[in-house]
Design a protein around this ligand. Structure first.
Ligand SMILES: [Zn+2]
Length: 341
């Protein structure tokens, strides 16, 4: 990307129109400076949009110890013009992107949902609601998400409620995207509505928290997820302070990396920073790995034996006849394979 760094605005997908002046709050550390601190640690990123990321990102994530991730269905940066683009996108989350991830040694899960922004296109939203049940029951779908409020409009509320009912029926966890404008109010409202629908808060992951929202989310029994983003409100130094104050229970960290300025290594970097600040290995393990597995594992779709000892890469595998290898490239032999090619 050719961007003038002076013109960089906060990532619009998750932090649009932040009322505060953006100041770099994300501590960028070079891999060589922190790799020893996190040696042997395994990470689970419960919110990252890999369709927007490169192969370099996958390789760097694998090298840094990310063994599994969840890709929530989201807004792709411009409004979709028809139902087919939703279908193709949902299919890619359980299809090609999952395969691509596997080829870089990372187990890929996803959540399915109609994002809050596009809930405002009601004629299209109606059609999306009709096809969602075809996708939420698929293998590796660990929740309904990311859903909730953006502008906090009546249409957003309508489709949020409908999707809460869908999650209830499918016995799936809910991944809530909280708005960036009026965050406190939007977060409270999202939780109140979930409770109104009779959803057990231990089945709901409230995302994009900050210091202002965390206490209420935890007090009410919900999971509190934090997105570590460069140039925005939640840098990882502040994340360390949140964990120091609240401990690891029901707290998880994610990168929410997407097509904007974001960092797919936010979790390993935050883990390294926590280690530097003297936070225990067990606390780091809970907030960067285990809690996400416990929360989304309620779907019954996560089997840790798939990735806890590393995720085997088999470059001879293909998806519908396609591989990630290019002409002339040789597959890296699977380590555990008896046959040596
Ligand atoms: Zn997202």
């Amino acid at each position: 990307m050719c961007l003038n760094t002076n013109d960089i605005a906060p990532n619009p997908s998750h932090f649009e129109d932040s009322e505060e002046t953006a100041t770099p709050a994300h501590r960028d550390i070079a891999w060589n400076d922190y790799k020893d601190l996190i040696k042997g640690m395994r990470f689970f990123d419960p919110h990252i949009h890999m369709v927007s990321r490169t192969t370099d990102d996958y390789q760097a994530m694998h090298q840094a110890g990310i063994v599994a991730l969840i890709e929530p269905a989201f807004w792709v940066g411009q409004p979709r013009t028809g139902l087919s683009s939703f279908k193709d996108y949902y299919s890619s989350l359980v299809g090609w992107e999952r395969f691509r991830s596997s080829q870089f040694g990372i187990k890929h899960y996803c959540t399915m949902g109609l994002n809050s922004r596009e809930a405002n296109n009601e004629p299209l939203a109606e059609q999306v609601m009709e096809i969602l049940p075809l996708y939420i029951y698929k293998e590796g779908v660990v929740g309904v998400g990311e859903i909730g409020f953006d502008d906090q409009t009546p249409a957003e509320e309508k489709y949020y409620r409908l999707q809460l009912e869908l999650a209830k029926k499918a016995k799936l966890p809910v991944q809530i995207h909280t708005p960036h404008r009026d965050k406190k109010k939007g977060t409270e409202r999202s939780m109140a509505i979930a409770l109104e629908h009779g959803i057990d808060p231990s089945w709901v992951i409230v995302d994009h928290n900050n210091e202002e929202t965390v206490k209420s989310v935890l007090d009410k029994g919900f999971w509190a997820a934090f997105t570590i983003y460069p140039f925005t409100k939640m840098g990882n130094e502040r994340m360390v302070k949140v964990v120091e104050q609240y401990g690891p229970e029901r707290i998880m960290v994610n990168s929410a990396a997407d097509w904007g300025i974001s960092d797919p290594l936010a979790i390993p970097k935050t883990a390294a920073l926590m280690k530097m600040r003297g936070i225990s290995d067990e606390t780091i393990r809970l907030v960067t790995y285990q809690n996400a597995i416990d929360a989304f594992g309620k779907s019954g779709q996560i089997d840790v034996t798939d990735f806890e000892s590393g995720y085997a890469i088999d470059h001879t595998e293909k998806f519908h006849g396609n591989s990630i290898l290019r002409g002339g490239q040789q597959p890296v032999p699977a380590k555990d394979s008896l046959v040596i090619n």
